[in-house]
Design a protein around this ligand. Structure first.
Ligand code: SAH
Length: 450
């Protein structure tokens, strides 16, 4: 996950100018010693190398640097640290104190700009029971929101990092399999505990696949291997999303194998698809295409520059609408494809633009905004009169406002009359922790193009 300290500070200052009455602060002024803590904390890890880590390491902050933690923001930046007592290894649990040595929080230590990812603002044992409780809470929320239904929808995100107060952890569930991704060494070290908690709490899950080779910090002193932590390769890779069938490929697919975050937006697209010709750009596993077919589209074309993605799209279309002549897929570059729509007959009524994150870090922001502008301008240029564009950005560093501005510039350049019909975001199983506004990453606009 990419962060930007300055953006965070600005946002937080805007949300919480000065000090706020009424905010419940974490327990303060609770004297705690290392011995007290060690007594309470039987922190079991898989990795014998770290057997001694229950010795609690103290991180004391510089004066006034406790502000963000008092507002429950779950990161400590390295610049805020006055001193470290002990020699933490990356992934160790550490206790964070303010400059007067009052308890603030407990978190996973890491090397880098974010030095601690907070797992608890309460002073309590962080052990198997603690992690089990967190998973239980996350699952209970999904159940309560009606996202868990064995026959209609058994695809959902069980854990969304900071959004579920589990910084550095992502878990997606596809029918009987949970795919777990660690973004911090702290979560990596407790992967087995987490896997047990998932199987214990989530009735449908029998297999837990761990896929963190590309997501763990690059320099971390570990060599993660992808593989099953519990169970094994399942026979059935099919899972249900809103009644549609998708074949999930967590082994070879991108990220955890499927983009669960577009579920609600795909449903909205379905509503607008009747009788339309639909172009699904950057289709990946063909999610939007299958919904468009169910919505009664006349033509659905799926485009992706990855042959693997096109194969997955074809598989998913086939699983729901076998031999359906309405659908065609194209293994091609998006810009090239859009450029080649020369005649009106070749143009579309509805275009979906869901590209990969153009900016993965702050330095790439300017170019990313240019990229969004260029892509959207192309779509505005090419869409039929009275057409609809679904356009997205999943770059965390691009704000809603910046994305809208890029799309605005594209519209102005195309000289088309463009109206915003919907402003879209991420679904409820990708919650945004109110104290961690950086967790809002998916932005979308549905536009009417006259
Ligand atoms: N819309 C998809 C997710 C898109 S992920 C869904 O709902 O599941 C982004 C996809 O863009 C990837 O499959 C990637 O292969 C594809 N891609 C990246 N660069 C591309 C390009 N220049 N042209 C076409 N596709 C591209």
């Amino acid at each position: 996950m990419v962060l930007n300290q300055y953006r965070f500070i600005n946002t937080i200052d805007w949300i919480f100018p000065n000090s706020k009455p009424g905010i419940v602060l974490p327990q303060k002024n609770v004297p705690i010693t290392i011995a007290d803590y060690a007594k309470n904390t039987e922190h079991k890890t898989q990795n014998t190398k770290h057997k001694t880590r229950n010795t609690m390491i103290i991180i004391q902050l510089k004066p006034k640097k406790e502000e963000s933690l008092l507002r429950f923001h779950p990161w400590v930046f390295s610049g805020a640290i006055q001193k470290i007592e002990g020699k933490p290894a990356e992934g160790d649990l550490v206790e964070v104190l303010d400059s007067h040595r009052n308890f603030l929080a407990i978190g996973h230590y890491q090397i880098g700009s974010i030095a601690v990812r907070i797992v608890s603002f309460e002073n309590k044992p962080v052990n198997d029971i603690f992690w089990n409780e967190k998973i239980k809470l996350a699952y209970a929320m999904r159940v309560s929101l009606g996202l868990v239904n064995p026959t209609v929808n058994n695809t959902f995100r069980l854990v969304h990092g900071e959004g579920d107060s589990l910084p550095g952890l992502i878990v997606d569930v596809y029918a009987e399999t949970a795919v777990m991704q660690a973004h911090s060494v702290g979560m990596h070290e407790i992967r087995q505990t987490l896997a047990q908690a998932i199987v214990k709490n989530v009735a449908q899950v029998k297999h837990v696949y761990y896929k963190s080779q590309t997501t763990l910090p690059f320099n971390a002193p570990i060599t993660p291997e992808d593989g099953y932590l519990i169970g094994n390769e399942t026979e059935s890779l099919a899972a249900k999303e809103n009644g549609l069938t998708f074949i999930m490929d967590w082994l070879k697919g991108q990220k955890t194998g499927f983009f669960v975050d577009q579920r609600e937006n795909r449903s909205l697209l379905e509503r607008y698809s009747r009788g339309k010709s639909v172009l699904n750009m950057f289709c990946y596993t063909g999610g939007f295409s299958v919904y468009a077919l169910r919505g009664g589209a006349e033509v659905v074309h799926s485009v992706d520059s990855s042959a693997k993605a096109i194969a997955l799209t074809d598989l998913n279309v086939e699983a729901n609408y076998p031999n359906d002549a309405r659908h065609k897929s194209f293994d091609e570059d998006a810009f090239k494809y859009l450029n080649n729509l020369n005649t009106l007959e070749q143009k579309y009524d509805l275009i979906i633009l869901d590209p990969p994150a153009f900016a993965k870090h702050r330095e790439a922001l300017r170019n990313a905004l240019k990229g969004y502008k260029r892509l959207n301008a192309k779509a505005f240029e090419q869409i039929k009169p009275g057409g609809i564009v679904f356009t997205f950005s999943c770059s965390q560093v691009v704000s809603k406002e910046q994305f809208r501005l890029a799309v605005f510039s594209a519209a102005a350049e195309s000289k088309r009359n463009v109206k915003i019909l919907h402003q879209l975001s991420q679904p409820a199983d990708h919650p945004i922790n109110i104290y961690h506004p950086e967790g809002e990453y998916l932005k979308g606009l549905v536009l009417w193009v006259e």
